[in-house]
Design a protein. Sequence first.
Length: 236
Amino acid sequence: MARKSLVGVVADELLDRIIAGEFPPGAAVPGELELSARHEVSRMTVREAMKTLQAQQILSVERGRGTFVNPLNRWASLEAVLRAASEGKNDAAAAVQLIELRRMLETGACELAAGRIGDSDLNTLQGQLEAMRDAHERHDVAAFVAADLAFHDLILRASENVFVAVLFAPLHRVLERRRTQTSEVREIQAHAIGQHEKIVQALATRDPHKARDAMDAHMQQTLDDLKSYVLAAPRD
């Protein structure tokens, strides 16, 4: 792997501090002198690093005032947004928005899959569902999450739309982290098993509308569970 340039190192470390909440949206970031001293690099290197984050719309410059952090919804870098979603401290909004994104894409993918999925893939889906049940009984969160992700990945592939799979590929790390967070709750696991069973049944009918409705109901249940069991839970 190529060694990261000093500009990239400075930009990444400043992004890390932004994601960690040291500089929240609207906050001013340190100036060139402070950053060059901190990183022991030239002001030119710092200036280029800041330009990198400005090009990604993470930072904006207000002439005569300074450089400020933009809200997450203005960021133009998918990699940076995914880092914020997986590593950020105040991530309730990102968790909800991720489910909203899944709802938009996965309901359509399930609708397409209904008319294209073969018997072999249906049998594999049933196998992943059984693996989820087994992991639930054994209190094995990691195995439950693995089967859950494999279940949804198969439906995305069965849609036979290459763009769907490409769009979801960068989300895998974030989805795995979110699934692990929610699947630690036994009630959420039980709800997910019931919803996945309905999805398999709907796909088996080869009816696109039933398949879409089943996935949509699953996404709604996921959102409700997130709000009820995770986001509403008291924090230490």
